[in-house]
Design a protein around this ligand. Structure first.
Ligand code: PAF
Length: 336
């Protein structure tokens, strides 16, 4: 090959290599970081789901989605997180459904007391058409993506003053409720004295005796060491709990199609894993609270609580409009 031919061949090879390089660069996705926050401790129930999601999202995206776990309200309080997701200043956050509804009231269908008959009913609804409608609609209305509802559970009541064996025993107890209208109305209907308080203020209020107690997911009571301040645990299963993981539109828009599929798959599988963990652990944690935690447990007869709850359900179904009522009907129809 003469120098002229060799030069042309080298130039062609260089152009080809440059082209390949560009093609490879457009194919290999940029790494996207997701700061995933929540308000409770690292080892908490939310932490278990977050760690599984991190593992799977990184695996399915071949490491191009880098999930950073930010527990303990490092990047936002739970009360502020929904707004931050809408603004895009937070990538992802766990927000219990009761703390979503001040921003998107339809979520209260999942807050209504005794709206679910049991854990199977919760799973059937959250994993079925109603759950899908809520996911689609919250995204359309607010721009926030609901990646998974996470595993189901219940909020257990606790207080520092006395055992509760009947609904009458709640009279005069100052119980913290999240800033949620359904919860407030429910505790009023139960005859307690509800005190609406942000989560960030709740541990101090309990320690200083500003409140007598409240209710939380069973595992939260253990992780937050509430058993050190409130010795009476009351199991009523009055409110269902979820571990909903949300993502901002700003974060989702940074992902290419493969990364998006990886994140959605990871969230779905991590949610299924979390469901198994939560369903298996609830009675074990209650036993722990009554032994090592030193709490006394009561399980009052539920009839009077359910009767009071049904009035709350009817009141909200009547007040909140047709869409809300239609979802309540659909949830009730899904019960066995
Ligand atoms: O009680 C609340 O506000 C929530 O359940 C909590 C503990 C912040 C977890 O989402």
């Amino acid at each position: 090959m003469d120098w002229g031919t060799r030069g042309a061949a080298l130039a062609a090879a260089a152009v080809f290599a440059l082209g390949m390089g560009l093609a490879e660069r457009t194919q290999a996705a940029d790494t996207v970081v997701m700061n995933l926050g929540w308000a409770t401790p690292l080892e908490s129930d939310y932490g278990i789901l977050a760690a599984k999601f991190e593992e799977l999202a990184e695996k399915y995206s071949n490491g191009t989605v880098d999930v950073k776990l930010r527990c303990c309200a490092q990047i936002s309080t739970e009360d502020d997180a929904f707004k931050a997701l809408q603004l895009g200043t937070v990538d992802g956050y766990f927000i219990s459904q009761n703390n979503v509804s001040p921003h998107w009231p339809l979520m209260d269908v999942f807050v209504l007391p005794y709206i679910f008959q049991n854990t199977d009913h919760i799973l059937k609804v959250s994993g079925g058409p109603v759950g899908q409608k809520i996911r689609d609609k919250i995204q359309a209305d607010t721009g926030v993506h609901l990646l998974t509802f996470g595993g189901p559970g219940y909020r257990d009541m606790f207080n520092s003053r006395r055992p509760v064996n009947t609904i009458e025993d709640l009279a005069g107890l100052k119980l913290r409720v999240p800033k949620n209208q359904v919860m407030l109305a429910t505790f009023e209907a139960f005859g307690a004295e509800p005190v609406p308080l942000a989560w960030s203020e709740t541990p101090t209020a309990l320690q200083t005796g500003t409140i007598d107690g409240g209710d939380n997911g069973t595992s939260v009571i253990r992780e937050m060491k509430f058993f050190e301040f409130a010795k009476h645990l009351i199991i009523l299963d009055h409110f269902a709990g979820f571990a909903p993981v949300f993502a901002s539109n700003r974060f989702m828009n940074k992902l290419d199609e493969d990364q998006k599929a990886a994140v959605l798959r990871a969230a779905q599988e991590a949610g299924a894993y979390h469901t198994q963990v939560k369903v298996a652990e609830i009675e074990e944690i209650r036993t722990w609270l009554s032994t090592e935690g030193g709490m006394s447990i009561t399980r009052p007869e539920r009839g009077p609580f359910i009767a009071a709850a049904q009035e709350v359900q009817q009141q909200f179904a009547a007040d909140r409009g047709d869409e809300f009522k239609a979802l309540v009907d659909e949830i009730q129809a899904a019960a066995d």
